[in-house]
Structures are given as structure tokens and as C-alpha cells.
Write a protein that binds this ligand. Structure first.
Ligand code: UGA
Length: 316
């Protein structure tokens, strides 16, 4: 079912028949599970040229699509795999400037760097609920460690936060100055909202007390190329479920559409370091600062169903 859907999506996008393919699998798949994937592919007339580990695919995708890294630019990129999902392996791709380190940010990390993008937390409800303790550790202890690293080496620190810091907001649309309405013991809060709030607090404390230059981007519901169809966030849910269904009353929600991918956040960071402001909503069309940034991110204002109109729709 999944493979036939993916095949259809690829066919529509590429406007050609799809037969040959590479299929990404978790590294922990057993031989039997790998065989089952190949059998499933055969059922839908796919011819897998290889089964690729997800981490390998992720790293390759970065290397392939990150086309703005100049050959002449002395920039080294270090990936730190937080080891939170099925990512147990890593690949150092051909470019000698990419280095992949397998490390859990919950443990101290010693590196020499100038600029840090702290993106280390699953943003979709499915993975962040899978192991809430780990999610909290990643956002709280992990952020503290990376801030400690930034402090030690004098690096700039860019934190990707979330619209979830507003909890169940009473103000629409949310602006950066809004403090939110978070239920600290709610099912959503204890997984993600509260610990991302703590992460932001830590970042601001290190900016005030330790002179770490901090930028925070609160990313709203994102949708863009190379997101998983079963990502679990609202826009991909809509796309997956089909948005033509009559779902009753509508409300306006905020969306950020990512035209590249989450890693494309660095474009924003580079832009906003020239601005005075520290935190930004990426998704608030009322944010004048946002509009000033010349990033590849665009906003779509659209009408969506409220939470309860869609069974299983978890995200805002
Ligand atoms: O325990 C305390 O009383 C102190 O804890 C922290 O200070 P500190 O432990 O010196 O840690 P930082 O240098 O701010 O680093 C925070 C974390 O980052 C980690 N770190 C630091 C540097 C580094 O390169 N890599 C790295 O992972 C450290 O192991 C530490 O756990 C707080 O910043 C202090 O305000 C507080 O007084």
C-alpha cells in the first residue's frame, strides 16, 4: 500500500513510469525484513536497485541538494547524529569537508566550531511521542550541552524551536511576543512543548549571562520536498489523507512551507544574524521581521480543519 502510493506520487511528480528505484530502510532491519521489503516492491512492479540505509540516504541527500557550498569556500560541515531514531550508522560522503559524528547530544560534546545549528529533536508528533523521556533530555540536557560548547568556543548558536511553545494558544495568529498557553501536564506538553520552552529559556540565559550569540527560529507546520509521507505533521497529513473531504468548520492556522528542507534553516540564520531581534516565528505572516528576511521559506495562508475534525490529526 505504502509502496504503491509512493510509486504513484513519484510517477505524478516525474511524469514517467517508475520501475527502478532505491528503497530506504532502517539500519536495524533483519534479513527477513529486507526480504519482505523486496517482496512488497515486486508486488507493485517495482525493481529495487538497492536497499539504502536511512542515514546513508539522509547524508547523500544533503550532499546532493546542498548545492550552495562553494568549492572554494573553506567551510567544513559536521553532522552530529543524535541517535534518537533508527539512525545508528553514518557515512562520510566523498566531500572531505563533511564529517559525520555519531554522538548523543545528551552527552557532552567537544568540538571546535564557529557556528552551531542545534536542530536536534524530532519535530513530528510520531517520533517525539515515541520516547518522551529521550525527547525531553534531547531538548533540555542536549541544549545545555550545546550551549556549553558554544560558550567554550565562542560559536554563534542557532536553535530551531517550534510553534508548540505556544501550547494551545489563545491568540491567533501568534507573534513572537506572545507567551503562550501551555498545559504543563497535558499529553502534548510533556512531550515537546515544555522542553522546547526550556530550551529557549536556556538559550536566552546563555545569551544574557554567557555572551553566547543566540538566534531562535520557531518553526510552524512545515511541508516541503523530501518530507516523509507518514511524517505525522499536519500538512503532510492533509496531503496523505486528501484535503477534499468536507470537514466542517474551518479556522485559519499558520503555516510555514519549507521549500528546501529543515536544513535550509541556515539560510535564514545567515540572514537574521544581521537583524537585532533574537527570536522569530517562521509561520507568522504578521511578523514584519520575518517578511524582511530574504529566505527561501515562503508562507501559505490557508484554511484548515480544527483539531477534532480530522481523526488522528495530531498537530496544530
Ligand atoms: O552547575 C552549575 O552550578 C553551573 O552549571 C553550568 O555551568 P557549567 O557546568 O560550567 O557548564 P557550561 O560550561 O555552561 O556547559 C554546560 C554543559 O555543556 C557541556 N559542554 C561544555 C563545553 C563543551 O565544549 N562541550 C560540552 O558538551 C558541559 O559538559 C556542561 O554539561 C551553568 O552554565 C552555570 O550557570 C551553573 O552555575
Amino acid at each position: 500500500m505504502i509502496l504503491s502510493n509512493i510509486k504513484q506520487i513519484a510517477k505524478n511528480n516525474l511524469k514517467t513510469e517508475i520501475v527502478d528505484c532505491c528503497i530506504g530502510i532502517p539500519v536495524y532491519f533483519t534479513d527477513l525484513e529486507r526480504r519482505a521489503v523486496l517482496d512488497a516492491a515486486a508486488i507493485v512492479n517495482l525493481n529495487p536497485l538497492c536497499l539504502l540505509h536511512e542515514t546513508t540516504a539522509t547524508t547523500l541527500a544533503y550532499g546532493i541538494y546542498k548545492i550552495d557550498l562553494s568549492e572554494m569556500d573553506p567551510l567544513n560541515v559536521i553532522f552530529v547524529d543524535i541517535g534518537h531514531a533508527s539512525m545508528h550508522h553514518y557515512l562520510q560522503i566523498g566531500n572531505p569537508r563533511f564529517e559525520m559524528i555519531r554522538h548523543d547530544v545528551v552527552e557532552p560534546l567537544l568540538l571546535e566550531v564557529d557556528l552551531i545549528y542545534h536542530l536536534a529533536c524530532p519535530a513530528s508528533p510520531v517520533p517525539y511521542k515515541f520516547n518522551p523521556g529521550k525527547t525531553i533530555k534531547t531538548n533540555v540536557v542536549g541544549t545545555l550541552n550545546i550551549l556549553g560548547l558554544a560558550k567554550r568556543v565562542g560559536a554563534k548558536f542557532f536553535l530551531t524551536s517550534t510553534s508548540e511553545v505556544y501550547g494551545d494558544p489563545l491568540q491567533h495568529p501568534q507573534v513572537e511576543t506572545y507567551w503562550g498557553n501551555v498545559n504543563l501536564i497535558g499529553v502534548r506538553s510533556c512531550y515537546f512543548d515544555e522542553d522546547m520552552r526550556t530550551a529557549e529559556t536556556l538559550a536566552m540565559d546563555y545569551q544574557r549571562g554567557e555572551n553566547v550569540e543566540v538566534r531562535i527560529a520557531r518553526i510552524f507546520n512545515t511541508y516541503g520536498p523530501r518530507m516523509c509521507i507518514d511524517d505525522g505533521r499536519v500538512v503532510s497529513n492533509f496531503v496523505a489523507q486528501g484535503s477534499t473531504k468536507n470537514v466542517g468548520p474551518y479556522r485559519v492556522a499558520q503555516f510555514g512551507q519549507v521549500q528546501e528542507d529543515d536544513a535550509g534553516g541556515d539560510r535564514i540564520a545567515l540572514t537574521i544574524t544581521h537583524e537585532m531581534k533574537v527570536n522569530y516565528n517562521f509561520g507568522s505572516w504578521r511578523s514584519s521581521q520575518w517578511r524582511k528576511t530574504r529566505s527561501k521559506w515562503i508562507l501559505i495562508n490557508c484554511k484548515v480543519a480544527s483539531h477534532n475534525d480530522y481523526g488522528g490529526l495530531e498537530d496544530k
